[in-house]
Design a protein around this ligand. Structure first.
Ligand SMILES: NC(=O)c1ccc[n+]([C@@H]2O[C@H](COP(=O)([O-])OP(=O)(O)OC[C@H]3O[C@@H](n4cnc5c(N)ncnc54)[C@H](O)[C@@H]3O)[C@@H](O)[C@H]2O)c1
Length: 255
């Protein structure tokens, strides 16, 4: 039996051109929603939206830029006719040993992952207050533990987890905020981010030994659809008593 929890519901998904954002869009549309897909990769997100016919449209924005977020969200919310939820999937990765990490790369990560999450929440909240809506911010297990060579990413994701808790406390019972703390997932985030893996100066053997020991699941890499299912649950009325939770989805990697 197909579940249909989102008939007439209206969502914005960031990072919707690929990976988790695209899988989340697919899941929400399959359950009846209309989705505004926002991404920095304009042609790619426009092409991705074609799959959904009248149920989705695309907007281009760099989420680290307030004016771009505001104009994309204004257009998206006008098209949707209101807003019931936001899923923040946009993100990048970067791997570097900390004492060689250039300030600009640290800053870009904080700008996209942490400031970008703040800006999209900020733009959405006035609309979500009108609908008692819900937000899913995407964190990472790297934001909960020491993830080697990920100083900027892991710090930004730790910020995303705590930002979500702040928002949940501030808007309690009016807008529900939860953080999906994702484990390793089968997507092209390294290629999309133009990141170097293994980091410069580190061999693949060294990387796999250290990173694998600490962060990679001994079992298997998750599929984006498995994370999207949890995001959909957190947006749905089934999660009506969940506010401010950091929901780890990692097949026991951090257990
Ligand atoms: N892949 C993993 O193993 C993993 C693990 C934990 C958490 N996550 C998180 O899950 C989320 C989705 O990642 P994914 O693996 O699906 O990656 P992905 O590269 O497939 O998707 C990320 C999307 O975000 C977009 N994006 C990047 N920078 C942007 C910006 N400044 N403004 C707007 N859009 C931007 C990209 O164009 C891309 O379409 C990210 O927040 C990521 O940090 C991923």
């Amino acid at each position: 039996m197909t579940i249909h929890r989102f008939d007439n519901k209206r969502f914005i998904v960031t990072g919707a051109a690929d990976g988790l954002g695209l899988a989340t869009t697919r899941r929400l549309v399959s359950e009846g929603a209309r989705v505004a897909m926002v991404d920095i990769a304009g042609e790619k997100v426009a092409a991705a939206a074609e799959e959904f016919g009248d149920s989705a449209r695309s907007w281009v924005a760099d989420i680290s830029k307030e004016s771009e977020v505001q104009s994309a969200f204004d257009g998206a919310i006008e098209w949707l006719g209101g807003l019931d939820g936001l899923v923040n999937c946009a993100g990048i990765v970067d791997f570097c040993i900390t004492h060689e990490l250039p300030l600009e790369r640290w800053q870009r990560m904080i700008d996209v992952v942490l400031t970008g999450t703040f800006l999209t929440n900020k733009a959405a909240i006035p609309h979500l207050l009108e609908t008692n809506g819900a937000v899913v911010n995407v964190g990472s297990i790297g934001g909960m533990a020491g993830a080697p060579w990920q100083a900027a990413y892991a710090s930004a994701k730790a910020g995303v987890i705590n930002l979500t808790k702040v928002l949940a406390s501030e808007y309690v019972s009016r807008v529900r905020f939860n953080c999906l703390v994702a484990g390793n997932m089968s997507t092209d985030i390294v290629g999309n981010s133009e990141a170097t893996l293994p980091p410069d100066g580190i061999t693949m053997d060294e990387f796999l030994e250290e990173y694998g020991r600490r962060v990679i699941s001994p079992n298997r890499i998750g599929e984006p659809e498995e994370m999207a299912a949890v995001a959909a649950f957190l947006l749905s009325d089934d999660a009506s008593y969940m506010e401010g939770s950091a929901v780890v989805v990692d097949e026991a990697t951090t257990a």
